[in-house]
Ligand binder design. Structure first.
Ligand SMILES: Cc1ncc(COP(=O)(O)O)c(C=O)c1O
Length: 409
């Protein structure tokens, strides 16, 4: 029985131009599928490079000196591939394991940004000695760094992570609060120690913060803090790192009432505009660092699964594919964009849609990938799950089936 919305376009059709073009990539996709089968994550390297370039261009235009650190935890497949390193990206890591991953990838230590609430002593030592951009998260970490710095031959540079009570987001649990004495006490402790030099300020908002005004407010608070704590002590602030969180082109997260993601230039412009009054001389500005994860990866990667079973139950088409919600766990956070293709990758979308439930191949009753109108499906068809690049593969467990491979084309 046709779904009542059968004649309408999918509301998420407008997102498709931001994702890999299946028609343009069909030959390469067929080859990748021939070699690897399904399920398979496929990454369009060109989209990742394009996103990097768009952000870089915008930072250069509206601020000046900039660095983009790719947030490794978003997708380790992308971290292991050279696409972003070749563009000039640095590594942004949040654990000793990720720090080692960046070294294994060939990032020099002074191109690794080291954040996160738990860094072990060995990795802290490597970061201090190698002049990584080390951002201290709390007083206990600072105490350990002070001890470790005493053993270093040279003065150690570091940054601090700060937070403030922001509209709609509130105060982050990470970093030193600028709204009480925490951040200023951290600055004082660092300044008292002859082996340490404070050279950076870092902050990071929640992922998928779509309102650019909030970036502006956060940047302004950081600018004020910098003015209070750097200008009058004649010390050079080398970098301001405003973290990640910039949305890609995914559907509205289920938890949000409003969802109005903007082009990347809008976020960069809000940050630059808010910081500029504190650093009016373009030539002597600190480096502005951004640490995108989802913005660089989300749009570029699809999960391809194959239909293994179809049945009609009452008035619904029940489709089972060889993927699982464990391969796209962010389905809990935001609905999937799925389209139907024949086994040869020709599109099988029709405007005639039937009520459908698409389910995964695990034995969980709730392995549910999609509910809604969908074209008639046959065993052997392919499903392309778009916007799958951010966090999904990294959060996927080896539950019943192995985590699919990621192939770059
Ligand atoms: C410190 C830090 N930087 C960057 C990111 C990347 O965030 P996103 O993927 O939302 O851009 C995160 C993610 O949580 C983070 O914790």
């Amino acid at each position: 029985m046709p779904h009542p919305n059968a004649d309408l376009s999918y509301p998420d059709d407008l997102l498709l131009p931001f994702y890999p073009s299946i028609a343009d990539l069909a030959d390469r996709l067929r080859a990748a599928l021939g070699e690897n089968g399904t399920p398979l994550y496929v990454a369009d390297s060109q989209i990742i490079a394009d996103r990097y370039q768009a952000m870089a261009h915008s930072l250069q235009e509206s601020w000046g000196p900039y660095t983009i650190g790719y947030s490794f935890k978003t997708n380790y497949g992308v971290a292991r591939h050279r696409v972003l390193m070749d563009q000039g990206a640095w590594a942004e890591v949040v654990s000793a394991r990720e720090y080692q991953m960046a070294l294994d990838q060939g990032y020099p230590r002074n191109r690794i940004i080291y954040n996160g609430p738990y860094k072990d002593d060995a990795s802290l030592q490597l970061a201090l000695a190698g002049r990584s951009l080390l951002n201290i998260n709390d007083f206990d970490e600072l105490a350990r760094v002070i001890e470790l710095a005493d053993a270093q031959a040279e003065v150690c540079s570091l940054g601090i992570r700060v937070t403030s009570d922001l509209p709609r987001l509130g105060l982050s649990r990470f970093g030193f609060s600028m709204d009480n004495e925490e951040a200023q006490d951290a600055v004082a402790q660092i300044r008292q120690h002859p082996q340490l030099k404070l050279c950076g300020i870092h902050t990071h908002l929640y992922g998928d913060t779509d309102d650019p005004e909030i970036y502006g407010v956060a940047a302004q608070r950081v600018g004020q803090f910098a003015q209070q704590h750097f200008a009058d002590c004649g010390e050079t602030l080398q970098y301001i790192d405003v973290g990640g969180g910039y949305p890609a082109h995914s559907p509205k997260p289920k938890s949000r009432d409003q969802w109005q993601p903007q082009p990347i230039d809008v976020y960069v412009a809000h940050v630059s505009r808010a910081l500029s009054p504190f650093f009016p001389e373009r030539d002597s500005r600190p480096t502005l660092i951004m640490e995108p994860g989802r913005y660089l990866t989300c749009d570029a990667i699809v999960l391809i699964t194959r239909v293994v079973h179809v049945k009609q139950r009452f008035d619904k088409q029940i489709v089972v594919c060889d993927g699982s919600i464990s391969m796209v766990p962010l389905t809990h956070y935001s609905p999937q964009v799925i389209r139907l293709y024949a086994a040869d990758l020709s599109p099988r979308e029709t405007r005639n849609r039937v009520a459908t439930s698409i389910q995964g191949a695990t034995c969980r009753e709730n392995d549910s990938l999609y509910e809604g109108p969908f074209p008639t499906v046959h065993v052997g068809d392919l499903l392309i799950h778009f916007a799958a690049g951010a966090y999904n593969a990294n959060l996927a467990p080896n539950f019943i089936f192995s985590v699919p491979k990621t192939v770059f084309i």
